[in-house]
Design a protein around this ligand. Structure first.
Ligand SMILES: NC(=O)c1ccc[n+]([C@@H]2O[C@H](COP(=O)([O-])OP(=O)(O)OC[C@H]3O[C@@H](n4cnc5c(N)ncnc54)[C@H](OP(=O)(O)O)[C@@H]3O)[C@@H](O)[C@H]2O)c1
Length: 301
């Protein structure tokens, strides 16, 4: 690839936290030209709109950040959740199947649902519990069973200055309350959306410049920040770094019932993505500090 030739990338779900993060870091990647589509501009339930937008387009990559992500509400809105997270993958495939577009799609730690021990490998047998987890696995199957070139990234505990996420909730509660209770029996690693978005764009550039990476691209990978913690550890660090006068108390999951079952163990093995794409992934603590600094310097809602 001639480095002066720009890569055309379309982003779906542009107003979600990952979608907004791509917009935030776009200027770090001058070799890419982005077009952002919010739900209002392009609803992925609308197959014809997807076909109109992409079937004759000259995009090289389509990054699908659109998803149904309310895991608890999904238990009572299963049809909508399945339509957005699974059926829409078929619509996207229909729209790009006769183009040169490569797809990047995000999936979740929820589909592993195992009980600890070793880092979860991409080849581990899925054990999805709940509607959201099943819908994301179904979406993956639809994409893998199609012949389109696609990279599927399974990630966990995503946070950013945008939208709703655990870090922002802890900041709010830490300012409002004297104590908060957080589960200490669910393990995993957080993912700073900026690290994930930067990794995606680095993979795209590497693949464009080195045709031998094209086969490597068509695969499923885990991505999260380095390290292993519980939600309780994570909350404690948010409160400590911000210096908030709030006590974080550990509780067990059975004392914090939720409509959807949470995976008790979400440590994603990352050696495959690091090795295949020569990536270095920051440790969760460094990324949390970076995000908190960003939140402090800009009040973003
Ligand atoms: N957040 C996490 O902790 C986490 C963990 C693991 C994996 N993931 C995966 O990572 C990806 C990005 O997640 P995120 O945290 O950025 O989610 P998010 O903040 O909820 O963003 C999802 C976006 O998709 C939009 N959307 C929903 N239905 C749509 C439709 N029919 N057509 C077009 N857009 C639609 C949403 O709009 P509305 O809000 O207006 O509905 C929202 O802007 C998803 O695939 C998710 O499953 C997330």
């Amino acid at each position: 690839m001639n480095p002066s030739v720009q890569i055309k990338i379309a982003i779906l779900g542009a107003n979600g936290q990952l979608g907004q993060t791509f917009s935030q870091i776009a200027t770090e990647f001058p070799s890419c030209i982005f077009e952002f589509y919010s739900k209002e501009q392009l609803n992925i339930l609308d197959k014809n709109a997807l076909i109109d937008t992409f079937s004759k387009s000259d995009y090289q990559y389509l990054i699908n950040c659109a998803a149904y992500t309310n895991v608890d509400r999904a238990e009572t809105e299963s049809e909508l959740c399945m339509a957005i997270n699974a059926d829409s993958c078929q619509h996207i495939i229909e729209a790009i199947k006769d183009t040169a577009i490569r797809l990047i799609h995000f999936s979740t730690d929820y589909l592993y649902h195992q009980y600890g021990g070793f880092a979860l490998q991409e080849t581990d047998k899925p054990n999805p519990q709940g509607v959201y987890a099943r819908s994301k696995l179904a979406g993956e199957h639809i994409i893998r069973n199609s012949n389109i070139p696609a990279l599927i990234l399974r990630t966990s505990w995503v946070y950013s200055p945008f939208g709703h996420n655990f870090v922002k909730t802890m900041l709010r509660l830490g300012n409002e309350r004297a104590t908060i209770q957080v589960v200490h029996d669910q393990f995993g690693a957080p993912t700073y959306a900026k690290d994930l978005a930067r990794a995606v764009l680095s993979i795209i550039i590497l693949t464009e410049r080195n045709p031998q990476f094209i086969n490597t691209f068509n695969d499923t990978y885990n991505f999260a920040n380095e390290g292993l913690i519980t939600w309780y550890d994570f909350a404690k660090q948010v409160i400590a770094i911000q210096g908030l006068p709030c006590q974080v108390q550990p509780i067990v999951s059975k004392d914090y019932p939720t409509a959807a079952k949470r995976p008790p163990w979400s440590l994603l093995a990352k050696h495959k993505i690091k090795h295949h794409f020569h990536l270095e992934i920051p440790h969760w603590y460094a990324s949390l500090k970076a995000c908190l600094q960003e939140i402090q310097s800009t009040i973003i809602e």
